[in-house]
Ligand binder design. Structure first.
Ligand SMILES: NC(=O)c1ccc[n+]([C@@H]2O[C@H](COP(=O)([O-])OP(=O)(O)OC[C@H]3O[C@@H](n4cnc5c(N)ncnc54)[C@H](OP(=O)(O)O)[C@@H]3O)[C@@H](O)[C@H]2O)c1
Length: 306
């Protein structure tokens, strides 16, 4: 029996790459789309394609040809400040391309899963639940919310999976854990915010949850996150777990940041409902950092892959 085919956009991002690996482990055929950053993933059931998701003609051809049972859409313009200065590009990439993919899924693919963000919420009070009303304060959040609306409007078994400060090792933009390791391993100081809170999502946990949602054909909104903490608390935990000098981590404050786009102060997500629904075990923070340590040790052994 041939396993279903998943078309996965954003395979060259950390969550995309981890999701591809977990899907392949489960026996799925995966077609992964990258844009500017080619990745290497050797597996007999994996095909890598280069495509620009903002080119509707090209994407239509691809989906028609592959007719995947599932589309997992993780590609986006993820740089929050760039989204603020390049609004048209952000809208085209995060909203219009998602709407086009959701329309194609309605015709050719019974299941559509969209990776979204805590930044769809205003980020004043935190602890946002899956069905709380979104109200983004920056253009990245707004353009991702456009993608959410397109997803739930599709005629598919759809899922909007929200994550927050995704971290781990693998391809994609530098995430905070990777940045910390890079600096701390060289004995360099790092500033970390004490007054901004998120619920950091370990990429490998996200990939497991995404796979379960696909396997069980679940529909709706999901929050896949870890425990709420400040960037400073996160940095201290990373340093302690990986054996770096904690005194290199210095307290920083939101008021001193030179961001272009506004940032939520507390965009932490409440994941109680999702945890109850899924069998995937969400990590407590002690397990999450133990897993990070194992991943870090694997990176040290094979640095090129990460
Ligand atoms: N970073 C976080 O903490 C966080 C939190 C919540 C949700 N997310 C979501 O996670 C996903 C990955 O983002 P990221 O933050 O990890 O950033 P990232 O590393 O920059 O990943 C962005 C991905 O989108 C692809 N992409 C961008 N423009 C494209 C285009 N025009 N055509 C095809 N592919 C395109 C990139 O491909 P190339 O690299 O090959 O160009 C890359 O695979 C996004 O959906 C983002 O909203 C991220």
């Amino acid at each position: 029996m041939t396993m279903p085919t998943v078309l996965l956009t954003g395979v060259s991002s950390l969550p995309g790459y981890q999701t591809a690996i977990h899907l392949l482990r489960l026996g799925y055929q995966v077609v992964g789309i990258y844009f500017k950053n080619k990745i290497r993933l050797d597996h007999q059931n994996f095909k890598l394609k280069k495509a620009d998701i903002t080119n509707p003609g090209l994407i239509t051809k691809l989906v028609k040809k592959i007719q995947p049972e599932v589309i997992v859409h993780m590609a986006a313009l993820g740089n929050v400040d760039l989204c603020e200065t390049e609004k048209k590009l952000a809208w085209r990439t995060n909203t219009l391309a998602s709407a086009h993919l959701a329309r194609l899924a309605s015709r050719y693919s019974p299941q559509f899963l969209y990776l979204s963000t805590d930044f769809v919420f205003p980020g004043k009070d935190g602890n946002y639940r899956e069905l709380d009303p979104p109200n983004p304060i920056n253009y990245y959040g707004l353009s991702k919310l456009g993608g959410e609306i397109a997803t739930l409007s599709s005629n598919t078994t759809w899922a909007v999976v929200r994550a927050s400060s995704i971290y781990g090792f693998g391809p994609g933009r530098k995430n905070f854990a990777k940045f910390l390791v890079e600096r701390l391993s060289q004995g360099l100081k790092v500033g970390a915010l004490v007054d901004q809170y998120t619920t950091p999502t370990q990429a490998s946990l996200l990939a497991k949850a995404v796979c379960e949602i696909i396997e069980r054909k679940l529909c709706g909104f999901f929050h896949v996150v870890g425990e709420r903490m400040s960037r400073y608390e996160f940095a201290i935990k990373v340093a302690s777990t990986l054996g770096f000098d904690r005194s290199l981590i210095q307290k920083a404050y939101v008021k001193d940041m030179k961001w272009v786009a506004k940032r939520p102060i507390d965009s932490s997500l409440n994941c109680e409902r999702t945890r109850k629904l899924l069998k995937t075990k969400f990590y407590s923070s002690s397990i999450a950092f133990r897993v990070l340590k194992e991943e870090y040790q694997a990176v040290i052994k094979t640095p090129k892959a990460n």
